[in-house]
Design a protein around this ligand. Structure first.
Ligand code: FAD
Length: 393
């Protein structure tokens, strides 16, 4: 089976590798070139790492990951509101790992190419088509790529989703602009827990920081605001953004104002979206995985992990079911309830980052209660402990 995968982020190369493992011939089409891309850090939880491991793809990328055992929640006054372990480590002891997203994506694409996946950069799909006899993708330069199926792993603004259902729901702005950066050598003075993200529910924004084994601190800021416009992005320098972020952090206890002032900005003013439900998951020879299908708000910490799970499950169904229709239907049955629950959980966490001034007065007490009774190691186990299988003999 010749499978055209649109998108070479996280889901795309993982699906490419999974398809090779089940005997298919995948092509991965990625719009971007191979240049170093800007990007923030994210965490692959044990459920996502287990999916990578199922593809024998964890070892090739683990050197890019920073061990991350827990999220430590802190209020604006510096008091600890809760500590949430990031799931049971894998059987070999590997805990959740945090990666710089473009680094993980590039490493997965390189590994996929190494395994014989036909990986093409600079290949932007503009249309996807399905017919009884086959499927095709049209690229921006007019090239037509033909195969047996087309899988959209093309993220939140998926063109394959639109080809499946022109009325498909669009992504929803979650009310936060995202900024990310690194402070070289910042770990010694920051006093942050090692192998953990420290999250500060600040007065004006939400902050996260993770010390790396090299002694740096990677950090991000989520600012509640309207989406950053193209004009604003073009007209704001890195230094201006950084000064603004320092102002946001100043009213709060903790190291973030100093860390940001001494840091380098890697990602500025990225608007964050989610995609709660997609009505039609597949049509004819077209189907979707990853953010194209179910983008959670970044607050869920699960988008990439779910994308990796999807890749394993879809490849196994394509191998095991008698028809394409049965494979796509069985994939949907296996995945829909889980991914929609995680997206809904993410939307709830996101709203705690956009609390208004009145809500903020009660926020610390409320969050302390939430992390004691509602969002706990036990309640998150169904997310983190989930394991998918390629079911090889
Ligand atoms: C700020 C932030 C923090 C996050 N934190 C976490 C976290 O801690 N843990 C976690 O698991 N997830 C996190 N996520 C979510 C995670 O980044 C996504 O869920 C994950 O990247 C989804 O992978 P994907 O491959 O489906 O989509 P993407 O990573 O978006 O990849 C899609 C790819 O398709 C390409 N593409 C798009 N259109 C076309 C086209 N027409 N033709 C060809 N190529 C195309 C794009 O260039 C891109 O490379 C976070 C997201 C954000 C924004």
């Amino acid at each position: 089976m010749r499978a055209i995968v649109v998108g070479g982020g996280i889901a795309g190369p993982a699906l490419g590798m999974a398809l090779v493992a089940v005997g298919a011939e995948p092509i991965v089409l990625e719009a971007a070139s191979t240049d170093r891309a800007a990007g923030s850090w994210f965490t692959i939880a044990p459920n996502g790492l287990a999916a990578l491991d199922e593809l024998d793809a964890l070892d090739p990328v683990r050197r890019y990951g920073v061990p991350t055992r827990a999220n430590v929640m802190v209020g604006a006054t510096g008091s600890v509101l809760g500590r949430l372990p990031l799931g049971r480590p894998l059987d070999d002891g590997t805990p959740a790992l945090s990666f710089r997203r473009p680094d993980l994506s590039a490493a997965l694409m390189a590994e996929a190419a190494h395994r014989g996946v036909d990986v093409r950069h600079g290949a932007r799909a503009v249309a996807a088509e399905t017919a009884d006899s086959g499927a095709a993708v049209v690229l921006a330069d007019g090239t037509r790529v033909e195969g047996d199926i087309v899988i959209g792993a093309d993220g939140i603004r998926s063109i394959v989703r639109t080809a499946i259902d022109p009325q498909a729901a669009a992504a929803r702005y979650v009310g936060l602009a995202n900024f990310g950066g690194v402070t070289r050598g910042g770990a010694a003075s920051a006093g942050l827990d090692l192998e953990a993200w420290t999250f500060v529910f600040g007065r004006r924004a939400f902050f996260g920081g993770l010390p790396t084994p090299d002694g740096d601190v990677v950090w991000f800021v989520n600012e509640p605001r309207e989406p950053v416009s193209r004009e604003e992005r073009a007209g704001t320098s890195s230094t201006e953004w950084r000064d603004h972020l320092v102002d946001l952090a100043r009213p709060d206890a903790g190291p973030f104002a100093d860390l940001i002032a001494a840091g380098e900005l890697d990602l500025a003013g990225d608007s964050t979206y989610d995609l709660p439900t997609v009505r039609t998951w597949h049509r004819g020879r077209l189907a979707l995985i990853g953010d194209a299908l179910h983008a959670p708000s970044p607050s869920s910490g699960q988008g990439a992990s779910m994308a990796l799970e999807d890749a394993v499950v879809l490849a196994a169904r394509l191998r095991d079911e008698a028809t394409l229709a049965a494979a796509f239907a069985s994939f949907e049955t296996a995945r829909r309830a889980r991914v929609e629950r995680i997206v809904a959980d993410g939307a709830r966490s996101s709203s705690s980052k956009t609390a208004g001034p009145i809500a903020r007065i009660f926020q610390d007490a409320m969050l302390r209660w939430v992390f004691r009774h509602l969002v706990t190691e036990r309640s998150t186990a169904a997310t983190y402990d989930h394991r998918v299988s390629l079911g090889r003999a």
